[in-house]
Each structure stands twice: as structure tokens, then as C-alpha cells.
Write a new protein. Structure first.
Length: 248
């Protein structure tokens, strides 16, 4: 396979990962030393910094679609003109971008991206909806999360968590968005044919909410418990699960 084809595949792997809204796939498509710059602003240096930057918009989105308008590849570099589209809180927001991608041929991951985008225009477009989301009270955030749990979509379940959130469930500790998403991947199979129901969401404090839950199904003993969620800036930063007996 030619250098150009390998470069194109690595870039398109990253674009598809962003559209999946699965931060794990985005991480796999980026080099550990990746640098992402929205020109002329300072770059995010290192994969961890890039991931936190991308999570700040990907996780707010119910759908992401990056339309490639034109593309050119030479060696380890690709020039991609795009229309980046995000569906947030029921409305679509789009911004034109022109990205210069560089791929590390050894790992076949994107190691650098310079994105030319009018961030002033973009921020003006999304500032109102972002302000509303970041100012949500804990019960609203928890309600949104519970709807995702009912839908059994692991990515939607993880979307309301901050990038460095902690989920504690009995003796288990799941630290960070990636680990939490890995846990939610197991939930549909573990529930099998059983049904989960939630009690009312109670505000515990200005930044916490609590909800009880019950899992039942034919031929299996019911499982009950409660979750206490801590919320900051519209995202779940900590979840503590009280188990009333064994887990499901």
C-alpha cells in the first residue's frame, strides 16, 4: 500500500472515530504525542490534552458528522476541507474547517493537526446552548443519563460524565471516561432480559442528586440499590453506587 493510502486511512480513521462519539476510538487514532492546534490559538499538546479538548464538544453532542468537502494527500500529510456538524440539545451547529493532518507512518496514527477555523464565529454560535448545558442542575443531568441507561446505548450512557470522572460501584472503581465507557459496555449483556426501573430523582445538595433503582426479571432475584451523583459544570464528576445486596 502506498504512503498516501496509509496516510488517508489514518486520517479517515480519526474522522470516523470523532463521528462515533466514542472517545476510546479517538484515543486509538491519535499518536501519544499528538498536537492539535486550532490556528491561531495555542495548541493542545499530547494526546491527553487533545482528548480533553475534543471531549468538551463531542460529549455534549447527540450526533457528530464531519463532511469532507475536498481532500489532498501527499506522503505523510493530508489537507482536508470539512464542514464539522454537531447536533446538540436538539439543534444542529456547523463550522467550516480546513485541516492539515500529519500521520506517523510507524504507528499509522495522526500525530499533528493544524485546523484553520473561525473559533470566534463558532463560539458565538454555540455559546448559548453550551451555557445552558453547563448550568444544568444535578437532577436534570441525572435524568438525561438515566434515559440513556434505559436505551442501553453505552456511548450515550457515558456522555454525561466528565473526562476524569470516577464511578464507584461496591468495591469497583472506574476512573476516567474511558474506564466508565468500558463498564457501560458490559451493562446490556448483564441486564439480559431483565428490566431496570428508577425511583424519583432527589436533590441531595446543590451539586448532588440521588436516585434508587430496581432490577427484576423472570427467574432471577431482584437487585436493588441507589446512585448518588455529583455534578459540576453540567457533567457527572462522581457516581457512588449503594448496593442493597449483590450486584446484577
Amino acid at each position: 500500500m502506498s504512503d498516501e493510502n496509509l496516510t488517508r486511512l489514518a486520517i479517515e480513521k480519526l474522522l470516523a472515530a470523532v463521528e462515533s462519539r466514542d472517545l476510546r476510538k479517538v484515543e486509538w487514532a491519535l499518536h501519544p504525542d499528538a498536537v492539535w492546534q486550532n490556528v491561531p490559538h495555542a495548541p493542545a499538546a499530547g494526546r491527553e490534552s487533545v482528548m480533553q479538548m475534543l471531549a468538551s464538544i463531542i460529549c455534549w453532542s447527540d450526533k457528530v458528522q464531519w463532511d469532507v468537502l475536498s481532500a489532498s494527500v501527499k506522503g505523510d500529510t493530508g489537507w482536508y476541507e470539512r464542514l464539522d456538524r454537531f447536533w446538540i440539545d436538539g439543534a444542529e451547529y456547523a463550522v467550516p474547517c480546513n485541516g492539515v493532518f500529519r500521520v506517523d507512518p510507524a504507528t499509522r496514527t495522526v500525530c499533528a493537526l493544524r485546523d484553520y477555523v473561525d473559533l470566534g464565529e463558532w463560539r458565538g454560535t454555540v455559546s448559548a446552548v453550551m451555557a445552558r448545558l453547563t448550568n444544568r442542575f444535578p437532577p436534570e443531568v441525572v435524568s438525561h443519563h438515566l434515559e440513556a441507561v434505559k436505551g442501553l446505548d453505552p456511548i450515550a450512557m457515558a456522555a454525561d460524565y466528565s473526562y476524569d470522572a470516577l464511578l464507584q460501584r461496591g468495591e469497583e472503581r472506574h476512573k476516567g471516561w474511558v474506564a466508565i465507557a468500558d463498564y457501560f459496555d458490559t451493562v446490556p449483556a448483564r441486564l439480559a432480559e431483565r428490566a431496570i426501573s428508577f425511583g424519583s430523582i432527589e436533590a441531595v445538595s446543590a451539586d448532588q442528586a440521588r436516585v434508587g433503582w430496581h432490577i427484576s426479571g423472570e427467574g432471577s432475584a431482584p437487585v436493588t440499590g441507589a446512585d448518588i451523583f455529583t455534578v459540576s459544570m453540567g457533567r457527572i464528576t462522581h457516581q457512588f453506587t449503594e448496593l442493597h445486596g449483590s450486584d446484577f
